[in-house]
Design a protein around this ligand. Structure first.
Ligand code: NAI
Length: 358
């Protein structure tokens, strides 16, 4: 059996730090185990274009392992060429880089390691909310420059206490974000999701559901995006929706870059309607050098909390998703049932309700 894994390069860091499991160098820690079972493992970061290792090896691979951090984009076209492909495993959470409808049509299963990095992301969201609301990034940059002008920072620094925070998507991550915000004494915690939280879960954190998206954003000081990318969420935060945000609102998106319209966000920030935007996900990854989100600023020259895609790939998260990937592979090799929560696409149908209402 041929297993193809598209991972990110760890370079020198992966040699020095073996816990960087999700890298080309450390191969999710499964290389020896697979070899001992007589299987072939090809690992590469080369993923773009017809000459990439991804496209060359996909044609006869039975198992494809990908990671959202360095996504091998599995389009319908490529699926049609992958005659041997039976199962795609996402080492992490979020399988939108795979054409899931094409996987359904071609009876290719898609699994992810559900829950493996949800705390990692929720912590990053809380950090990003704080760094925007408190105007942290320009304050630190000022210190590095050797300057000291308190009022330049304080003129746009606030407390999170007393603000309204809402999440688009209240699944594993969205719920954990709200849970972690409870001690901050926000004015209200809101959520927008077609799947209501169980009554006990909503009550435990006093979260209120708002069913209309425009109404929802118009009530929030901070909006955080925590839903998967699918047909119903691509470009969801566009010029039109941004008009309904409160003036001066902050937006944090660690879900997927393409849920927000890149240029609409940059425009809204520049005009000062959005006060800040932070996140780690980009509409194309790696993000091109001239991507507007790298350098966009609000009307005061601040409000950018962008980082490369790493919130869900802390060393703690890597240990969990590497071991989860191995379990999924073991189940597959031994014909054992997979854990239901990991199955996104089963044989010919969606097994999750999180990737859109069908
Ligand atoms: P989950 O499946 O537990 O929750 C997703 C929630 O979004 C569900 O409650 C679903 O009903 C809701 N949803 C779907 N479509 C929606 C829509 N149109 N409007 C409102 N709500 C909608 O997933 P989980 O674990 O919370 O992860 C969410 C996403 O976060 C992943 O799909 C992935 O894209 C992203 N993620 C990012 C990571 C990072 O490193 N930045 C790491 C892990 C996940």
């Amino acid at each position: 059996m041929k297993v193809l894994a598209i991972l990110y390069n760890g370079n020198e860091a992966a040699v020095q730090e073996p816990r960087l499991l999700g890298t080309v160098e450390n191969k999710l820690g499964i290389a020896e185990w697979l070899a001992s079972q007589g299987h072939e493992l090809v690992v590469s970061s080369s993923k773009e274009g017809p000459d990439s290792d991804f496209q060359k090896h996909l044609v006869d691979a039975e198992v494809l392992i990908t990671t959202p951090f360095h996504p091998g984009y599995l389009t319908r076209d490529l699926i049609e060429k992958a005659k041997n492909l039976k199962i795609c495993i996402t080492a992490g959470v979020g399988s939108d880089h795979i054409d899931l409808n094409a996987a359904v049509d071609h009876k290719i299963q898609v699994l992810e390691v559900s829950g493996s990095n949800v705390v990692s992301v929720a912590e990053h969201v809380v950090m990003s909310i704080l760094l925007l609301v408190r105007n942290f990034v320009p304050a630190h940059e000022m210190i590095e420059r050797g300057d000291w002008a308190v009022s330049d920072i304080a003129r746009n620094a606030f407390d999170l206490e007393g603000k309204v925070v809402g999440t688009i998507g209240a699944g594993r991550i969205g719920y954990r974000v709200l849970q972690r915000l409870v001690p901050f004494d926000c004015k209200e915690l809101l959520y927008y999701d077609y799947a209501p939280l169980p009554a006990g879960a909503a009550e435990a954190i006093k979260a209120r559901r708002v069913e209309d998206l425009k109404e929802f954003v118009s009530q929030c000081d901070v909006v955080t995006v925590n839903c998967p990318l699918h047909e119903g969420t691509r470009g969801l935060v566009d010029d039109e929706l941004l008009k309904h945000f409160k003036k001066g609102a902050w937006l944090v998106n660690t879900a997927r870059g393409a849920i927000c319209d890149k240029d609409a966000v940059a425009r809204s920030l520049k005009s000062g309607h959005l006060n800040g935007y932070a996140g780690d996900v980009w509409n194309v990854q790696p993000a091109p050098k001239d991507h507007v989100w790298r350098t966009m600023k609000n009307d005061l020259g601040a409000g950018n909390g962008m980082v490369p895609h790493y919130s869900g790939t802390t060393l703690d998260a890597q240990a969990r998703y590497a071991s989860g990937t191995k379990s999924i592979l073991e189940n597959y090799l031994n014909n054992k049932p997979q854990e239901a929560q990991n199955i996104i696409v089963g044989l010919g149908k969606y097994e999750t309700k999180a990737y859109g209402q069908r």
